[in-house]
Write a protein that binds this ligand. Sequence first.
Ligand SMILES: [Zn+2]
Length: 386
Amino acid sequence: MMTYGFDTVYLQPVMVPHWVRGDKELGRIVNSKKLGSQEVKVVSLGNAVGTGPEGTLGQIIEVNDLQELAALGRDKIEGKIVFFNKSMDAKLIDTFRAYGGTSGQRGSGPSEAAKYGAIGAIVRSLSSFKDDVPHTGSTNYGLNVPKIPAVAISTNDADLLSGLLADDKDLEFYFETYAQMLPDVLSYNVVGEIRGSEFPDEIIAVGGHLDSWDLSEGAHDDGAGCVQSIEVLRLMQAVGYQPKRTIRAVMFMNEENGLRGGRKYAALAEENNENHIAAMESDRGGFLPIGFGISGTEAQQTKLLSWASLFQPYGIYQFKKGGGGADISPLRTQDVPTIGFIPDGQRYFKYHHTPIDDFEAVNQRELEMGAAAMASVIFLIDKYGL
Ligand SMILES: [Zn+2]
């Protein structure tokens, strides 16, 4: 951003959690009647504790959701490894809704299982695909609940395990992980801006998150959103457009594991009496743009929706009420309208939080088209307000 010659480029210091995976993770079906012993690829969930060298060994009890877990209760759960095996609902066209419908088993499943005396948790990867790739992501331990180790396995392995369990109730699983939480460390949001020529105090922020899970580069999640945000500003320069309002590209830190960067950004905006007239987020991958969703007043939503016909010739058709993103959500308490960029979501949950979310997984043309769509909306807001 400094190279592009934006007016200001600066850091916002923020303390973030420091979780490390450790360098060894192994999983094994131990005593299958059909397979004997078989290795299974496991990845620790983010924030999870590790088993250490002694590992965790236990019988598996499979559940589909938290209600089923509660119904089984301590009698059936105590001393066992709970296997959360709910699939993402393939009938939902909106993959983010399908994700939302299953993410609870990863986020709170392990800690819920621990309440009933479970010694470990295995979670079916939150993927829309059947493959051999495990997906990580954060899990959260409840207060005053024992912290049990928790891992994800691929959808194929989840199906395998479930199939074996169907007629092998004594099946045992062993896993060994070395994850641990260290003291918080200093990190940063990164901000670049072009100052407005007429209303410099009116800010339009556009951002993505700079952190990613450790298994890969995090190209779709959310390198794409970061470079697209920078690209919005660069495109304005490239076409010689001088914005009336201040346009700010924000790379938020720690979206994945606590949202500290998003909260810090909003806190600083409030502290410095900044006037954000809109905030946009791209955190759904660098795929073909199909629309935008907006949260705000009725008038703000109507205004954004009124621009829909301008985008239709480009195949961008989905303008809807409701939207934003995790990192800009804290700005809602200051009544800032938030806009979520919506790309095609059908392939996102193949890469999300996996070892294969690398640069090569992103299609440059789709990424650029997304950035152009975002820049077009930011341009309209700059020109006409929101
Ligand atoms: Zn993300």
